[in-house]
Design a protein around this ligand. Structure first.
Ligand code: FES
Length: 133
């Protein structure tokens, strides 16, 4: 094999390798993001006494007839919102979206309200919240 032919084959191989990589990499990346994980958050009875409590991405609100769970994940780009007790609102620290105390969108770049999450009560009083990430 001549030197010129060797470099030609090398260049062809490199272009092919990176060309395939340019196509395959985004597909693999998309598939890995498409995989959703299910997370369970447990609030023990003593943790349900507060008006609102936060744990692992979930706000648990005490209501007259039980509890309501709200995802703390901002619907804009996924930052964790903080509860502002004085204003009874959820504020996103990233781009300023604001949600009311029930998670309803009030302002900011987010277009949707915070997600309400199903709450299941165990016999021992634990509240089980399941969320998809
Ligand atoms: S991530 Fe919350 S406003 Fe952008």
């Amino acid at each position: 094999m001549k030197r010129r032919e060797f470099f030609k084959n090398l260049a062809h191989g490199l272009f092919s390798f990176f060309g395939v990589g340019l196509i395959v990499y985004p597909i693999l990346r998309f598939l890995s993001h498409a995989k959703e994980t299910i997370k369970t958050v447990i609030f023990h009875p003593s943790e349900t006494l507060l008006k609102i409590n936060y744990k692992q991405g979930v706000y648990l609100k005490r209501k007259e007839n039980g509890s309501e769970a709200i995802s703390a994940k901002c619907t804009h780009l996924g930052c964790t919102v903080a509860y502002n007790e004085r204003k009874s609102e959820f504020h996103c620290p990233c781009h300023g979206s604001i949600y009311d105390k029930n998670g309803k969108r009030l302002s900011g770049p987010a277009k949707k309200s915070l997600s309400l999450l199903p709450v299941r009560k165990e016999k021992n009083g634990d509240l089980i919240i399941t969320l998809k990430e």
